[in-house]
Design a protein around this ligand. Structure first.
Ligand code: SUG
Length: 417
């Protein structure tokens, strides 16, 4: 049966705070802090357990080999000899943010009746620009069934950051939808990571119907306020768009186009005079997972920071007390990821498909999460301080930890070469 499946990136053993993402305020603020990879990964597992408890279907993507030896090799160096900035870029666990792994168009939207996935090139940030090779390998394995078409990345210099800048509206997940690609325009204080050319290439590759595809410009003020991806200021699920008033460059034009393409759309907008852009971005209100529960109602899976931000929590209480489509709030603690600018929605990639067509090694239940948690408890470093990243013992430990996870999941030799 076709349904939405959330694939969460398991937070890798090299998780650390290197301040690598200009324009991502949390990551920059926490540069040089001590990270807690074990706690981080267990927080991610707890989020997946909470999703399972809501009756949702859950998948996983695996941490990448770090430091990335192939990337350093192409830069004619290795981890020991590399200058500190390349070391940090090679070591990053940024593949945990699966919303940046790929853009996914469900079969119902695609001209050839297959579900299409295009791996994101992530070319804007050096530490993320080498993720796609390993991500592609995992996607090709997980989605090898003919029900899927997995594409390589859009070529540089057209920046593509995947599902974080893509929203889909539909009456039901398995029905034909309207796909909304959100891009930024360069010129502000921070990079605009998603380029319109890349989004257009993806829409062509996925055989999307141009009448049901919108290209929407993100507002410059949102990017300047720290919304380095659209999913920091907007999220969609089925017929609901949940967005900040200042998320889009031409809000009225976008709303009109969306209503024309999908008359049943319900736009839940948070006004700037109730929640400022700054509060929305600091709390990651919109980086919630907006999900349809098995009984048909919708829930927002929010980071704890949303509950701790008064303007946001007050607004949310009114939202769920009203008669709107969003009826339930679930709070999760993903603070270690949040400190690098990654909320609950950043950690997951949504795929609408029949679970029977997916490689079962990439799907989880509680028992499998127990096994993964045991590997994390046994092998993930407890903490990484900035000075530790030069320590060869840490690097060996990180490699062994990932290998232990692949062993536990029967993936040795398949994605670790
Ligand atoms: O690309 N942070 C990630 C956060 C990605 C969040 N994803 C979504 N919004 N979908 C980024 O900026 C920080 C890593 C560091 O600085 O060590 C980082 O890459």
């Amino acid at each position: 049966m076709v349904r939405e499946i959330n694939f969460d990136g398991i937070i890798g053993p090299s998780h650390n705070y290197a301040g690598l993402s200009h324009g991502n305020l949390a990551a920059t603020r926490n540069a040089g802090e001590v990270s807690r990879p074990r706690l981080a990964a267990l927080q991610g597992i707890a989020k997946m357990r909470a999703n399972l408890a809501l009756g949702l279907t859950q998948g996983i993507l695996l941490p990448h080999p770090r430091p990335d030896p192939r990337w350093l090799g192409r830069l004619a160096t290795d981890y020991v000899a590399a200058p500190p900035h390349l070391r940090a870029q090679a070591l990053s666990a940024s593949a945990m943010w699966a919303a940046n792994a790929a853009t996914v168009s469900p079969a119902a939207d695609c001209g050839d009746g297959r579900c299409h996935l295009t791996v994101a090139n992530l070319v804007t940030m050096p530490h993320r620009s080498h993720e796609w090779l390993e991500t592609l390998k995992q996607l090709e394995l997980a989605f090898a069934d003919p029900a899927f078409a997995v594409h390589g990345p859009v070529p540089a210099p057209f920046g593509d950051e995947g599902a974080a800048n893509h929203m889909r509206l539909c009456d039901a997940h398995d029905a034909e939808g309207v796909e909304v690609f959100v891009y930024g325009v360069a010129g502000g204080p921070f990079p605009a990571r998603q380029h319109r050319e890349a989004s257009e290439a993806i829409a062509r590759a996925h055989w999307l119907d141009s009448d049901r595809t919108l290209f929407v410009r993100q507002s410059d003020e949102a990017i300047a306020a720290g919304a380095f991806h659209n999913d920091v200021v907007a999220v969609a699920n089925e017929r609901v768009l949940f967005a900040h008033e200042q998320a889009f460059h031409d809000r009225d034009g976008f709303h009109a186009d969306l209503r024309r393409a999908m008359p049943s759309v319900e736009i839940v907008e948070v006004p700037a005079d109730r929640v400022s852009l700054a509060d929305a971005i600091a709390s990651y209100l919109f980086n919630a997972q907006l999900v349809t529960l098995p009984d048909g109602g919708m829930a927002l899976i929010l980071p704890a920071e949303a509950r701790e931000t008064e303007s946001v929590w007050t607004w949310l209480q009114e939202l769920v007390a009203g008669n709107g489509p969003i009826r339930r709030l679930e709070v999760v603690d993903v603070r270690e990821s949040m400190a690098n600018g990654g909320g609950p929605a950043c950690l997951r990639l949504r795929v609408v498909a029949d679970p029977a067509t997916i490689d079962p090694r990439f799907l989880v239940d509680d028992a499998k999460l127990d096994r993964i948690a045991a590997v994390i408890e046994a092998h993930w470093p407890e903490r990484i301080a900035p000075t530790d990243i030069a320590d060869p013992a840490l690097i060996i430990r990180i490699g062994k930890a990932r290998h232990a996870l692949l062993e536990a999941l029967d993936l040795v030799g398949l994605i670790d070469s």
